[in-house]
Design a protein around this ligand. Structure first.
Ligand code: PRP
Length: 213
């Protein structure tokens, strides 16, 4: 039976390719050079699908892919139902943070118990974080370019991923709290791991061995 590995488009994809090569998995055509979404690999009966990063856990949860690579940020929002997360791949390293305009007194607003408007793609993670701190927030769901929200007057602060910090800096924002460190994980469909244990355990082992020391 053919196994399917779901890979995320974008940020993580480039870092995933060398890792796949070290795990002995070479795509038949370079995924970035083709419009094909289903790609065979050098491993017999293993194919790759390339999907939106936020869709990877869904493909694996429903068994449309037995394995996938997903950022911890995406997994926080998905909830992880039906998935094992056996390997921290150490790629896509960044952090989920609260950021606000440099001129905004975030700490003071929190101390005063003010109600904050926070824009984010990560609504569940943000809700949980602020609830645990007892901070009152109105969350505004966005799908991208969160950094724009405070500048446009849509929100007081944002919850977003920060890597180099260049995007925050370019938009006059500063990191005010860290919510969680983020890396990408190998995820495996739980039911498939029982029915096709030998092959999947072999692939999990290959990924674990491929993770840079
Ligand atoms: C992420 C994140 C920030 C940026 C941070 O966006 O949302 O905008 O990277 O990186 P930096 O700290 O190195 O500047 P990404 O490029 O993943 O695209 P997205 O907006 O689709 O999430």
């Amino acid at each position: 039976m053919t196994l399917t590995l779901a890979l995320p488009k974008g940020r993580i994809f480039e870092e995933a390719m060398p890792l796949l090569a070290r795990a002995g998995i070479v795509p038949e055509v370079a995924p970035e050079a083709t419009r094909k979404l289903l790609i065979g690999t050098s491993v017999p009966d293993l194919r790759i699908v390339v999907v939106r990063a936020s869709d990877v856990p869904t493909y694996v949860q429903y068994g449309a892919a037995e394995l996938g690579i997903a950022g911890a940020d995406i997994l926080l929002e998905h909830g992880g139902a039906g998935l094992y997360q056996p390997v921290d791949l150490g790629i896509g390293r960044c952090r989920l943070c609260v950021a606000a305009p440099a001129a905004f007194d975030y700490a003071g607003a929190v101390r005063r118990g003010a109600r904050l408007r926070v824009a984010t793609k990560y609504v569940l993670a943000a809700r949980e974080f602020f609830a645990a701190k007892g901070v009152h927030v109105d969350l505004i769901k966005l799908y991208g370019s969160m950094e724009l929200a405070p500048l446009a007057g849509l929100a007081d602060a944002i919850v977003d991923l920060v890597s180099s910090g260049a995007t925050l800096k370019a938009n006059g924002l500063v990191e005010v709290e860290q919510i969680a460190p983020i890396t990408s994980r190998l995820v495996v469909n739980q039911a498939a791991y029982k029915t096709q244990r030998d092959r999947l355990a072999g692939l999990v082992g290959a990924f674990a061995a491929a993770v840079a020391p």
